[in-house]
Design a protein around this ligand. Structure first.
Ligand code: ATP
Ligand code: MG
Ligand code: MG
Length: 398
């Protein structure tokens, strides 16, 4: 939390980078950082500032993220690669220490919020397809052009971005007025309405107004679900704190549990294809509102074992040569390649799951599972690449 080595407690109106950025409101947080919407007074635009925790390991992770995001920005002149754009970085000193800060383009809500706003019922296949296209373009750029493995692809780490030009429809700009902390009156904030109108309002009210149950597209805020109809959804991949270059020495444990690939669970090494596994889990979740896998430990088996069992119930038995190839294989599998502690598996393939549990039509279920199942191949080398997925019939719609 907010202690030495931990988060920096920013407040509305705080200034960063020698006054250049003015904090507007908190956009989100993770294990490593808090993220604020800020107004960039030099370039007259809104940006997001990720304020990293200050302890040494977080500082190192921030430097790593800056390094990767710099490569990402360099290769993305057109700014259309569906990966977040780094704009600036600097250090900020606070009571809890020195914090690395990353200024990036301001994006909208995460896919997790989009899933929740739709009451966990799935967001409709049309939107799933649009979002999949964006995420695949981002992955294709990272994998093929830059050689970067994201390693933590999940709904929280994909943010919506607007394709609407707010200048064309001023009712949809939705951007908060610039909030500044006036001297000598900590309770009140000047509301600067782009220079012409000055109003005094309580900060609390301003923030409450902005944070209603609405989906924000970044730049274009406060859209409810109905007004999302007909909007071309686009998104960008964020959070490169755990990303690695494919030719670097790799960490053992990567990915968030639900999105973790089998080769990571059993410890047999991983590559770009681990992101493709997570991508398939993400698409399933967008389509149904449920995580594809939800592993849990019990008295009789570990979370890893339940995870492997759930994978095999959906995808069939893991080929023996793969099951026994990991550094942790001996803990989970016997010499026949069967799970030691979970013996009886109930096979339920994805298309019947989609029909029975999620009431998909046969056609929709076949279409989606034909797209996703090859991505969930136990053999990582067999999984399609992002560029192959981009020309798949389910994506192109032909
Ligand atoms: P993690 O614990 O997942 O590693 P983290 O501390 O590295 O998280 P991020 O995932 O980069 O932080 O950001 C945390 C959250 O802040 C995101 O999930 C998102 O809700 C919000 N956020 C991050 N960047 C932006 C942005 N550019 N625009 C809008 N919101 C953002
Ligand atoms: Mg994150
Ligand atoms: Mg991170």
């Amino acid at each position: 939390g907010y202690r030495k080595g931990g988060y920096h407690a920013a407040r509305i109106g705080d200034r960063f980078a020698a006054g250049r950025y003015v904090a507007q409101r908190k956009l989100g947080w993770g294990n490593f950082s808090t993220v604020w919407l800020a107004y960039d007074t030099l370039c007259s635009r809104y940006v997001a500032i990720k304020i990293q925790k200050s302890a040494k390991e977080y500082a190192e992770s921030a430097l790593h993220e800056i390094d990767l995001l710099s490569s990402i920005a360099q290769g993305d002149d057109s700014k259309s690669k569906c990966v977040i754009q780094l704009l600036d970085h600097f250090k900020h000193s606070g009571p809890n220490g020195q914090h690395y800060c990353l200024a990036t383009e301001f994006l909208g809500d995460s896919l997790l919020k989009l899933i929740r706003y739709n009451r966990k019922k799935g967001i409709g296949l049309h939107r799933v397809r649009q979002i999949s296209k964006s995420v695949l373009s981002g992955l294709d750029y990272l994998h093929r052009e830059l050689g970067i493995i994201h390693t933590d692809l999940k709904p929280e780490n994909v943010l919506l971005v607007s394709t609407i030009d707010p200048t064309k429809d001023p009712t949809r700009t939705g951007l908060p007025p610039i909030l500044e902390r006036p001297e000598g009156n900590p309770d009140h904030f000047k509301r600067v309405n782009f220079g012409d109108k000055w109003l005094k309002i309580r900060a609390k009210r301003a923030v409450a107004k902005i944070s209603q149950r609405r989906v924000s597209l970044g730049g274009v805020m406060e859209m409810d679900n109905r007004s999302l109809e007909g909007v071309d959804l686009q998104c960008k991949i964020v959070d490169f704190g755990n990303a690695v270059r494919g030719n670097e020495e790799l960490m053992e444990e990567i990915q968030t549990r639900e999105y973790r690939a089998p080769e990571v669970v059993i410890g047999s090494g991983y590559s770009f294809s681990a992101d493709m596994w997570s991508f398939a889990c993400l698409v399933f979740e967008l389509a149904t509102g449920d995580t594809l896998f939800a592993p849990m430990a019990s008295d009789d088996f570990t979370e890893d074992e339940d995870h492997l069992a759930q994978m095999m119930e959906l995808l069939g038995k893991m080929p023996k040569k793969i099951a026994v190839a990991g550094s942790r294989s001996k803990d989970y599998f016997d010499r026949h390649g069967d799970l030691k502690r979970i013996r009886r598996l109930k096979f339920r393939p994805m298309d019947s799951l989609l029909v029975d549990k999620y009431h998909f039509t046969e056609t929709d279920a076949h279409g989606l599972s034909n797209f996703l199942c090859p991505l969930l191949d136990f053999e990582p080398e067999k999984r399609p690449t992002a560029s192959q997925c981009l020309v798949h019939q389910w994506i192109t719609g032909s």
